[in-house]
Write a protein of this length. Sequence first.
Length: 369
Amino acid sequence: MPTNVDTSSWSMPINLGLNDGTYCSQAAIDVLQEHSSRTSLRNYSNSENSELKALIAQECGCSPDMVYLHNGSGPILKQVLPHIIRSEIKSKASRIVKHLISKQGYPIITPVLTYGKVPLKAIKSGLTVRLVPLLPDNDYTLDIVELEAAIKKGDGLVYIANPNNPTGNVLVTREQMEPLFKRYPNTTFWMDEAYVQYVSEQDHPRLVDFVAKYPNVVCTRTFSFAFGMAAVRIGYIICRADLVAELEGQVTDYRIPLLSERMGVTALKDGQHLADVRERTDAARAYFGERMAAHPSLKVFPSVANFVLVQTKDGDKAKAISAGMLERGVKIKTFAPLKEHTFGDIFRITVGTPEENEYCMDMLDEVMA
């Protein structure tokens, strides 16, 4: 490891395929100093987390009673997705029969390469998953016609990460999705905007405000990525108020502690942070692209998120590259098979600080050599 790199704050291995945020809002960090006395953490937060919900609602174009908070977006997926599917299956006798016969009462519809825990856990639990083509030959763009064809086969839950994880590209736009929201009111559209803050609203207008207009749309976000606060554990879903009430009835109060709430509130009020993070992230992705261009056997796909997806053009070598990087202290992301689809030729690297990025590329050069 180069001697000019300060490694004092690194945990080994460097999770450049897995880590969440790179830079936290300085204003949010200042909250830690404000709570540095021996008595500042002795009280509970407001059990309603009213201020944080109000700010989220203002940003997302909804009312505060449509905001459901939890300790990260992972617990939300684990709780809410099965709840919606169970409720939808039970709502119609025909769906109950379909579920009992073929597990197709309310299937999940999602791209073939997306956040893997959603389709993999659905399959493991016995649900049907309809996969929509998403292929490297066209840089993993999503064909809306193919998506609608999958929806036409029957009502279900459409899960779309936008920007997509792990491909890093914007899959759908407002103009493409709103007609589907209207035409298929009995299908639930789950728009996962976990990485949306990495792209400006001018370049990609958000879809979250559709939740207030269409009861079949939900949207998830998190403070873990662009806000750089994965350790703080705040995720949220925007959905119908009656669904929020059902979810609140399943869990305890005080899920979001006082310190976490204060950091979340302060981060949302920080008008400079996201622009700074976008600039840093754009520069880091460009640096990755420049360094990897020296290896003809690697293809880097376009991304607007804080990571890049890379293809090994000379065979299924992702696992071997991952093992070589791990030996050098860098952990990158590879992917488990999904049904008949295998992903042995792709891996994902998340950007870090400039020093981490330089070390990561130096180690990749060694592995590729």
